[in-house]
Design a protein around this ligand. Structure first.
Ligand code: AMP
Ligand code: MG
Length: 480
């Protein structure tokens, strides 16, 4: 049996200036690290028993039948600075499949060699970011957050030069599409209205078939981003590099570079080593989403019949973001503290807990999870300064007394929204370190446990532990 992928490629039928056709570069010695069998089945792939063949295909060494490999072009604002041309510099889109649920999904190799968009880069990836994206994107999926997925990780048998010589790897990424805000910006900046129209039609047909025209698309993307960012914040996720080229039109989380989940809570928390001014800090993510969506709106203006009117209505649409976001965020906060009814002070009560956590040095995930247990007072143990929690607790208890559901129902509901397990930085680093020395055990263990983040096996308790002072990872890198 050979690896069969039922390709049905639509992006490669768009005009030539959307991409460059090229094959991925073969690698020296492809070796399969992991393949996501559940996802493969969902996509209608038949996986051969032979890991070697899977490794050849998902390293780009053998191009599967039906693939039309392309590197996509896009532009973007990176940290607010305009870059007129970016593009897949270390990735190749093999093609698309329509999955069992009728959804079109991209299959892309990341780390697959140089392309015309590589600029100074080598087109390759090292094992660290590949394992990191595999773990975190799959964890996000298990947490119920829209995201690109990881289909496979393959070691290349080649060395990649970064700060040191490191083992190379290729990640196979699955996405609803790889169309970014920056894809629209690329054509808008070139005043290529035909391309902009074709891209808009393609994006609508693919992601928002109910949307009418550019404005309908804009509104749909705004709504999707408002929900997504609220979901990120609900699990303490910091994307880290919310450039417009890393903002997917589909509403999926994309580009797991310097991302991280917070341990102790701080609204201004930043991990990325290159985010000096906290542009992409935890609590700044909604503001940055608005900034990015304003760029999308700007790119779509040329498609509107009346430019002045377009500016007016698009401004209105972008300005609707805070309300859309706050609806989701308020709902998430309410659920996280176990409220099923709505009272005026609820959001303030949840915010007061966040403030107490920040002042009291509490772990975000562990505090909410402890609060979801039968003995919620134990959440105080998560605080360095326990008085902060003790001051908040009576207000919460008083509010719970006005709820009309049983404690058991509340606990079950809270445990379904407050995960026990997140992919903590120090555990990811540990998995990467072991992987580099040839032991994928910690990677597999973490990946398996992260499949049920709301229901942790007692044997995996150690994975849910907060890092000790000397274990904490406070800086992350793009890893390119
Ligand atoms: P990212 O920071 O991953 O969003 O990437 C920003 C841009 O740099 C994109 O155009 C990437 O394709 C490109 N890039 C990142 N890493 C590499 C690499 N190793 N080789 C070539 N291009 C890269
Ligand atoms: Mg990117």
């Amino acid at each position: 049996m050979t690896l069969h992928i039922p390709f049905d490629n639509s992006y490669s039928r768009l005009p030539d200036r959307f991409f460059t056709r090229l094959d991925p570069e073969p690698v020296a010695e492809p070796r399969l690290i992991a393949v996501n069998e559940t996802l493969a089945a969902e996509l209608g792939l038949t996986l051969p028993q032979d890991g070697a063949e899977i490794a050849r295909v998902f390293s780009g060494t053998e191009v599967p039948e039906g693939a039309t490999p392309i590197a996509q072009v896009y532009a973007g604002h990176q940290f607010g600075g305009w870059v007129p041309q970016l593009g897949d510099g270390r990735a190749v889109l093999l093609g698309e499949v329509v999955d069992g649920a009728g959804r079109r999904r991209d299959i892309q190799l990341k780390g697959s060699g140089r392309t015309p968009y590589s600029r100074m880069g080598d087109g390759r990836a090292w094992l660290g970011p590949v394992l990191r994206e595999y773990l975190v994107s799959e964890a996000m999926h298990a947490l119920g957050i829209p995201t690109t997925r990881a289909l496979a990780a393959v070691a290349t048998g080649e060395t990649v030069l970064r700060e040191a010589a490191l083992p190379g790897a290729v990640l196979t990424r699955v996405a609803a599409s790889h169309i970014r805000v920056g894809t629209f910006q690329f054509f808008a900046a070139r005043q290529d209205k035909d391309a902009l129209q074709a891209l808009t039609d393609h994006a609508i047909a693919r992601h928002y078939p109910g949307a009418e025209g550019p404005r309908g698309l804009l509104q749909a993307v705004i709504a999707a981003q408002a929900k997504l960012i609220a979901q990120w914040m609900g699990v303490g996720f910091i994307h880290g590099v919310m450039n417009t080229d890393n903002c997917a039109i589909s509403g999926e989380t994309i580009d797991y570079g310097p991302c991280a989940f917070m341990d102790t809570y701080a609204a201004r928390r930043v991990f990325s080593s290159i985010d000096q001014f906290g542009r992409y800090a935890y609590a700044n993510q909604p503001n940055i989403a608005i900034w990015n969506l304003a760029q999308l709106a700007t790119a779509l203006i040329p498609l509107m019949p009346d430019q002045d009117e377009a500016i007016e209505v698009f401004t209105e649409d972008v300005n609707a973001f805070p309300d859309l976001f706050n609806d989701h965020w308020g709902g998430i906060l309410r659920a996280k503290i176990g409220l099923s009814t709505v009272e005026e002070g609820d959001i303030a009560l949840a915010q007061a807990l966040l403030t107490a956590m920040e002042t009291g040095g509490a772990d975000f995930t562990r505090t909410f999870r402890a609060l979801s247990g039968p003995e919620p007072e134990r959440a105080r143990d998560e605080f360095t300064d326990r008085a902060q929690f003790d001051a908040w607790l009576p207000d919460w208890q008083a509010r719970l007394a006005r709820e009309d559901r049983s404690a058991a129902d509340r606990i079950a509901a809270m445990q379904a929204v407050n995960p026990a397990l997140i992919p903590r930085n120090h555990r990811i680093e540990e998995a990467i370190q072991a992987g580099v020395s040839g032991d994928y055990g910690p990677f597999f263990r973490l990946d398996a446990a992260l499949k049920s983040p709301f229901d942790l096996a007692p044997a995996d308790d150690d994975l849910a532990r907060a890092p000790l002072e000397d274990e904490a990872v406070t800086r992350t890198f793009c890893g390119t």
